[in-house]
Design a protein around this ligand. Sequence first.
Ligand code: ADP
Ligand code: MG
Length: 699
Amino acid sequence: MTPELPAAKRKPAKPTTTAQKIENKLARLGLHTDMDLVLHLPMRYEDETRIVLIREASFMGGQSVQVEGLITACEVQYKPRRQLVVTLADETGQVTLRFLNFYGSQLKQMAEGNRVRARGELRHGFFGPEMVHPLYKMVLEGAPLPVALTPVYPSGDGLPQTYLRKAITSAMARINWRDTLSPALLEALDLMPFEAAVRLLHNPPPEVDDSALEDRSHPAWVRMKFDELLAQQLSLKRAQVARRAKGAAPLPVIGALSLAFQRVLPFALTGAQQRVLDQIRHDLQAPFPMQRLLQGDVGSGKTVVAALAAAQAIDSGFQAVLMAPTEILADQHFRKIAGWLEPLGIEVVWLTGSLKKKAKLAAKERIESGTAQLVIGTHALIQDDVVFARLGLVIVDEQHRFGVGQRLTLRNKGLGLSDGLDPTQIVPHQLMMSATPIPRTLAMTYYADLEVSVIDELPPGRTPIVTRVIDQNRRDEVIERVHVAALEGRQAYWVCPLIEESEALQLQTATDTHATLSAALPDLQVGLVHGRLKPQEKQAVMDAFTRAEIQVLVATTVIEVGVDVPNASLMVIEHAERFGLSQLHQLRGRVGRGSAASVCLLLYQSPLGQVAKQRLGTMRETTDGFEIARRDLQIRGPGEFLGARQSGQAMLRFADLETDQWLVEQARTVAMDLLRDDPVTVEMHLARWLGAKEEFLKV
Ligand code: ADP
Ligand code: MG
């Protein structure tokens, strides 16, 4: 994982005044300017315009309703647990309000005879109709009802809706409302004017079609989505133009090294590998920087393609660098690639944070003097004192694991190579790799700026992985299965549950699991690898596993990325319901790499939630990474793809790439026209929608 803290977690300066405190809270929501506030649109609406009679409400099962009445009883009950139980009555019936967590002040408010307006889902409990934790307010008789839907804004802790609403209203009085789209364009695209759309969303009129507001199909929402997509397309296109305007040192030679390398490779490239290699070879010859994303499912063989690209850089007299997100992965790349290239006389240097001081210094010297032709390592590569002599090609593996800034820093290490040219305008070629497949719709929008190559074929001889979903209480059977597999000479991974809240707890679980399995399988060697081990210790365990001295490897998610031990054919994942789909897919991809039939057992703890059920079902049904990514997008939306955490601010907030694809196409066309004809509007639109966030889209 990247050491960069997401903005949300960065500690704000210690606030001294209430105003500052609020400012900090707003900043945490990404709200810095008046325009940010104005474009902070409701996530949903509450209907507080109607009071429903309690008897009527009893027939409206499942819906959220608002009732009003007088309190006829109020008591604290202690069974089955401490709770505040209030009886509310109107002239048609009564309803119980239950509060499981409550304050003393609430107890006071709920005095008999007081009038309450309560909103929530009315259910039929054991003692008649009840609402659990309704939203409520104390009112006087005849208190007016709002005439329109009430907006509910995305908010952080301790930032009340009423405050946000006020801040937004006053910001609306200050901003410049000028529409960035001409009346002619609005008409042609059948879009609502900007001001009318924004005002409607913040203050929906009583007669508005509320279902269209809820599902965001209302023209006002469409306008917002369009604007957002337009900003994104403008920004991406501009970045593309800027990139094209930069130069790069051409790497035209496919020479002795490239040819010898392909001769000694123990396998032939698949058709897909050859195709993407051809694309890369072609790009590298150009005098402007390649910016290519190499996508390929887990195990599709991206590494060798990267190594062949590096060979071309070396053949052309330049250095290449390969950066990976973890030590284990970097080490594995180093061994594999050095194993291929060193016998051919190439200097491959390894640089990670765990190297001893002296070794690190030596490595840096070789990089700076240029004797190192290929450099492989981790984040350590982007430190200030790592200077390259002639860096021509930057390769980033699992690119989505790095922050935008980190990728940029590495790229900048190759600035200014060609003599006589403006050094800030010469950058190395870039190859980014990812096994997290990005669905086409996403690639089109987020990577409109990149060339994308896809390895859509696995090397021959792989057997498909069978996936089973198994209840955790059948763990003993699973252990027995591991036993049998090991006795047949195969190896297994046992992945411990992800515990997001606490690394210490996660470690504890891994240690416990290791102890349990060691005891249950006394005739086997059970290893343990987790994030807290020193790199050397980690390496020793991985080596023993690679050499099959260990049959069962208990691991935390440190093995998620890229580990390659072909003899391992059994993958057990505990508490699989806690993992995301792409993570499960990555983990499963650790097996099925050899010729033995592989099995993945997903243990879960019941009861399963809806989303977890969908995820595990997807895992059982398909091993196709692209299909999995597509379903993942459906289940949780585009938020987390692409290492979006880092470029998260640039994420689409309103547009939905599944349903709004047609808008993407329109936005793209309009973006091209504006860039050609109307630079002023382009600036204004970008400032309005992206502000300072635009930088994040550029790399
Ligand atoms: P990934 O795309 O997940 O990074 P790797 O590059 O680690 O995949 O490749 C997975 C395994 O497949 C490695 O052991 C690699 O040597 C092997 N491999 C790659 N290409 C081929 C091929 N064309 N034929 C046979 N094996 C291959
Ligand atoms: Mg890989």
